[in-house]
Design a protein around this ligand. Structure first.
Ligand code: GLA
Length: 382
């Protein structure tokens, strides 16, 4: 007869108990599944963050991309309010940056060139004469490492990526972290960005979600009402590079300091609107009174009652009205995303800052930590 070894069992039991304690202290774990494999065979994972307010956010480790965001309407009915694709191939082939983390430099750099510490750096030109959203293979087309950092009271996903010195023409090895936090009892999704470098560089990180608060991703967003806490915007040339001027919005179709319907003035005979084929500009946000994210934008969809507030620590916000969507991008459920069926509110430093000494600086030096935060807050009203 074999005697059962009691000690190992007791030890195993204790281990189980200890892990369950740890698990409850670290909060409910994220639901994770495989999303697919990249064309070169790397597994990509899909993480579901959900809370008690009916909010559910899904993020994948490819591009640290927000692929789905479900929030309730005025009747409590949840629907997905962001554009995206059904599968990884969509994100690998896609050209619209749906939901992606953008870097190393969000928005445009004129002629794909900037000078830093007396050295000229050349970047790939992927948007006419300019470099857009980090180049040909920006952070949106990279595989990130994801770690579940959920804790009591919040589901948390931390994604890291190391961008090598010289990648897409940028100097310095940049270690980036993007953290998505969904509190259990609050209807908001927080995105925190940090970065460090081993050599002087420039950084401008953002998220490129396209929202359609109606939850019907085939409908235009032009009836949504927009408020921007921004007294000025940065006018652009015909290639969407800022001229350097900070122009008052008052008396122009760029004045959203009081809520206005997005489509009301979008087709006016205005040179700036012609350059953007609608809105595709950076607004200069009102100065923050205290530290931490302050209200930058609020959007209301009268049909569903959904309200999105965007709070940020950033000095600027790109409001893009989906002018380049042309019905060719095949999105979720086979939907072809047509002109202006989504809008972006990209919290950021101003476009082309490395070539504009009068704009807030985007330079990051060794020993410093880049730190910005953006909060998407959801509610509804009649
Ligand atoms: C940004 C740019 C737009 C466009 C989109 C992606 O918002 O400002 O001009 O390039 O990205 O299509």
């Amino acid at each position: 007869m074999t005697r059962l070894p009691v000690l190992p069992f007791a030890f195993f039991g204790f281990l189980m108990f200890a892990t369950s304690l740890l698990a409850s202290e670290s909060g409910p774990k994220l639901q994770v599944s495989e999303f697919g494999r990249t064309s070169d065979g790397v597994s990509i994972y899909r993480y579901v963050l959900s809370n008690n307010k009916g909010v559910e956010a899904v993020v994948i480790s490819y591009g640290a991309t927000l692929v789905s965001l479900k929030v309730p309407d005025r009747n409590g009915k949840a629907a997905d309010i962001v554009l995206g694709y059904d599968n990884l191939d969509g994100y690998e082939q896609g050209k619209s940056y749906f939901g992606a983390t953008i870097g190393r430099y969000g928005n445009r750099i004129a002629r794909g060139e900037f000078t830093l510490d007396g050295t000229l750096f050349r970047l790939p030109k992927n948007d006419g004469p300019n470099s857009l959203h980090g180049g040909i293979r920006g952070f949106n087309k990279r595989v990130w490492t994801a770690v579940d950092r959920s804790r009591a009271g919040a589901q948390v996903l931390e994604l890291s990526y190391t961008s090598l010195d010289g990648e897409e023409g940028y100097p310095g090895t940049l270690k980036v972290k993007v953290t998505y936090t969904l509190p259990a009892e609050t209807s908001e999704l927080r995105i925190d960005y940090t970065a460090t470098t081993d050599r002087d560089t420039v950084v401008n990180l953002t998220n490129h979600s396209y929202f359609n608060l109606s939850g019907d991703l085939s409908k235009e967003i032009v009836e949504h009402q927009l408020l921007l806490q921004a007294p000025q915007f940065t006018p652009v040339d015909s290639t969407l590079i800022p001229t350097g001027e900070l122009r008052a919005v008052r008396g122009t179709p760029f004045d959203f300091t009081k809520p206005a319907v997005i489509g009301a003035r979008i087709d006016q005979d205005d040179e700036q609107l012609k350059f953007g084929k609608g809105y595709d500009h950076n607004w200069v946000l009102a100065k923050a009174e205290k530290t931490g994210p302050r209200l930058a934008a609020e959007v209301f969809d009268p049909t569903s009652g959904r309200v999105l507030q965007v709070l940020t620590t950033e000095p600027g916000i790109q409001f893009y009205s989906g002018n380049f969507l042309d019905g060719t991008a095949k999105g979720k459920g086979g939907q072809l995303y047509a002109h202006r069926t989504g809008f972006c509110l990209e919290t950021q430093h101003f476009p082309d800052s490395p070539n504009h000494p009068n704009f807030p600086s985007t330079v990051l030096k060794p020993g410093e930590t880049y730190r910005t935060s953006t909060v998407l807050r959801f509610s509804s009203r009649k």
